[in-house]
Ligand binder design. Structure first.
Ligand code: CA
Length: 222
């Protein structure tokens, strides 16, 4: 899952990015509204954390422009405490949720997880496919109850496929959601990660759809 953080406070931006990376996300960072707007318009994010008070272009304007251009990714706004009018303007502009400053990182993470889940059509924080369980809260994966040791890339790949169960996901799409903008991307590595995941899981839930990509089928037996 790839997240964009738009926040002009350098410390807060770094804190958010570090926490999210720790939790297994790929993070792009922007420090003003124009840069943030450009990235959100051109890169595929699974969610965005957007500050309202930004230099160059304020957060509400950034959000309005994205929505007007048909960008649908979930957006979590960072608002100043007691500025109820900001919250109203933000939600009217197309925000999916907000957190008032100062906040606890745990709250931001929980709201973000919920937004990503809902955008993918899942109500529960745990995604399952047969014996495979992915806990979005702890970023842990188990097969038949035993924990899997996954690298961050393997986890991101599995997490993306499980959030999009039933859909064929192309290698290009996977690459776009697994690496940040500065990474030298190579879609051939996806095949390697899929191979390793299959081996580690010992069960083949990842189906190769020839010429198109990969798919994890949802449980058919409930
Ligand atoms: Ca600010």
């Amino acid at each position: 899952m790839r997240i964009l953080v738009v926040e002009d406070d350098q410390n807060l931006n770094r804190q958010l990015a570090d926490t999210l990376k720790e939790a297994g996300y790929v993070v792009d960072q922007a420090y003003d509204g124009e840069e943030g707007h450009y990235l959100g318009e051109n890169e595929p994010y699974d969610a965005v954390i957007l500050d309202i008070g930004l230099p160059e272009m304020d957060g509400i304007t950034v959000l309005e422009k994205w929505r007007a251009a048909g960008r649908k990714m979930p957006v979590l706004l960072l608002t100043a405490r007691d500025r109820w009018s900001d919250k109203v303007a933000g939600i009217d502009a197309g925000a999916d949720d907000y957190v008032a400053k100062p906040f606890h990182m745990e709250e931001v993470q929980a709201r973000l997880r919920a937004l990503i889940r809902r955008a993918a059509g899942h109500a529960s924080s745990e995604l399952t496919c047969g014996p495979v369980r992915l806990d979005t809260k702890s970023s842990r994966v188990t097969v038949n109850g035993s924990a899997l040791k996954l690298t961050s890339h393997e986890f991101r790949l599995l997490s993306y496929l499980m959030h999009h169960m039933g859909q064929v996901v192309s290698r290009t799409e996977l690459v776009e959601h697994m690496y940040d903008q500065d990474f030298d991307r190579d879609s051939n590595t996806i095949e390697v990660f899929v191979g390793r995941l299959r081996k580690k899981m010992g069960i083949d839930i990842i189906e190769t759809v020839r010429g198109l990509g990969y798919r994890i089928q949802p449980n058919t037996n409930g």
